[in-house]
Design a protein around this ligand. Structure first.
Ligand code: FAD
Length: 474
């Protein structure tokens, strides 16, 4: 009897415990991917993520063919029901999958497990996406850590994460596999207009290129990561986030390869830049823990008093921000990098999010939704935890009075303007000293660039006053 292997956010063959277990059982395996935009509700993959998904599935399909198998594609409004029917119609003994942690996925998978059991079909789930399960990382008193440093300590106290398994050489196919849908028919790629046309210059989805990217990062960029990661023009970040989101590489692979790389160079992986990089990987884990323990994290302020914030819901500020036309150079650079490449550097994500929430007083959920649609790495846990962190409404949040000054941030982290000028070419002729505040430059050197949408000092005072009112109303 065959085993049905349900691929979800684990689009890889190595370090894939569900696949390893299926192959080890000696059974024939039917690998399946179900496109279901209904079950996730608001959180079906956004536009940019669909582009990635298309190419990632194509790559996984090719890799499975190398192993003598084929990826079975099926679209449906109810993935769980489709899997159940497929398991029955192929006479499967079991369905294996790697766990997802989005609230809708947990609910779906829990119900599916009982339904399959009722059908007499075994259902088994594994961990491929996290170093440790969110319920394993606990403080000494047994509660989930609410802030990052205790989370890191509690995770380290669990020892090293499990070592990853290599990819199988062969995945025995079903003798008569059902007919698959065609990836091209799913229309995951944009056509008119093809706004993703530039993505290929920056990205190659798939397991092999994820591995290549990690190796190149370790060889060329890790040493200066701690400092360099703050400067958007520097090549010191890994850009692994979309690969990690789609599970083309697992965090355990990243962890163990980083540690091995340091040991090979006789360096301590738990110091300096290497430790900092591992900690960022654990910020991802921490976000998953926050989502797991607070299932409404994407929709509701963790600190409920923030629901009373007087948000500006008019069209203009949000639309100027989305289009990179706020007149604030570092913000516009980030928003245009996002639109053109499907990615934005972390430092600039923080600046753009802070500007939207604080200077423009737009609800963080509007920014979260835009990022969801435009980021290739759009991830429910990391996106919602990060937006709440910037808004000050989350658990481990930036204090509300820390309002980034985008001019000073731009001057500090893009000192020679390389990043800003790259994405905002209208500013090419503005001298460095005015680049982040072109409205002060004599002689109007950027006539095509908009005036600032808000006076930064006034915007800051307005936000502080609104936050203060919240405190008093508490
Ligand atoms: P690196 O610096 O090379 O870090 C390595 C890995 O660690 C990343 O790939 C990522 O998986 C993880 N990581 C790093 N920083 C964080 C962080 N602050 N929180 C969680 N994980 C982190 N990240 C997403 O993956 N998806 C999102 O949807 C997302 N939305 C964000 C929204 C806002 C407003 C902000 C401020 C941050 C968001 N982040 C998100 C976190 C972070 O910006 C990205 O993970 C990071 O920029 C990815 O680039 P990198 O792979 O080069 O990171």
């Amino acid at each position: 009897k065959p085993i049905l292997l349900w691929f979800r956010q684990d689009l890889r063959l190595s370090d894939n415990p569900a696949l390893t277990a299926a192959v080890a059982s000696g059974a024939r395996v039917l690998p399946v991917y179900v496109l279901d935009d209904k079950t996730p509700g608001h959180w079906a993959p956004g536009g940019a993520a669909r582009w990635w998904l298309h190419h990632s599935l194509a790559s996984l399909g090719r890799d499975l063919e190398q192993c003598g198998n084929r990826l079975h594609l099926v679209s449906s409004d109810n993935a769980a029901e489709t899997i159940r029917e497929l398991a029955k119609s192929t006479g499967a003994a079991a369905v294996y999958w790697n766990r997802c942690y989005e609230p809708f996925a947990i609910e779906r998978d829990t119900e599916l497990k009982s339904a399959l059991k009722a059908d007499g079909i075994e259902a088994e789930s594994f961990n491929a996406s996290l170093l440790f399960e969110p319920w394993e990382v606990k403080t000494k008193s047994g509660t989930p850590p609410k802030v990052f440093s205790p989370y890191w300590r509690a995770l380290r106290a669990l020892g090293e994460p499990e070592a990853p398994e290599p990819a199988p050489e062969r995945v025995a196919p079903l003798k008569a596999a059902p007919a698959s849908e065609k990836l091209e028919d799913w229309d995951l790629l944009p056509t008119k207009p093809d706004w993703a046309v530039g993505f290929h210059d920056h990205w190659t989805p798939g397991e092999t290129s994820a591995q290549v990217r990690l190796d190149r990062f370790l060889e060329t960029a890790l040493d200066d990561y701690k400092e360099g990661r703050n400067f958007p023009a520097k090549p010191n970040v890994s850009r692994l986030s979309p690969h990690l989101h789609f599970g083309e590489i697992g965090p355990r692979q990243v962890w163990h390869r980083t540690v091995a790389h340091c040991h090979a160079a006789d360096r301590n992986p738990f110091a300096g830049s290497a430790e900092h990089f591992l900690k960022e990987l654990v910020w991802r884990e921490f976000s998953y823990s926050l989502l797991y323990h607070n299932p409404d994290l994407p929709e509701a302020c963790l600190r409920p008093e923030f629901e009373n914030f007087p948000w500006d819901s008019s069209e203009k500020p949000l639309s100027a921000w989305q289009r990179g036309k706020t007149g604030i150079p570092i913000v516009d650079a980030g928003m245009r990098e996002l639109w053109q490449t499907g990615y934005m550097h972390n430092r600039v994500r923080m600046i753009c999010a802070s500007f939207l929430i604080k200077h423009l007083m737009v609800d963080w959920r509007a920014g979260e939704a835009w990022f969801w649609d435009t980021l290739l790495d759009a991830d429910l846990a990391s996106n919602s935890a990060s937006w709440q962190w910037v808004a000050g409404s989350g658990a481990d949040a930036a204090p509300y009075f820390r309002i980034f000054n985008p001019v000073l941030q731009g001057e500090k982290f893009d000192p020679d303007g390389t990043y800003t000028r790259r994405w905002v070419p209208e500013l090419a002729d503005v001298p460095d000293r005015y680049l982040q505040k072109p409205w002060e430059a004599p002689g109007n050197p950027a006539p095509d660039y908009p005036a600032p949408i808000v006076d930064l000092a006034e915007g800051r005072e307005r936000a502080l006053a609104a936050y203060q009112d919240l405190g008093e109303a508490e």
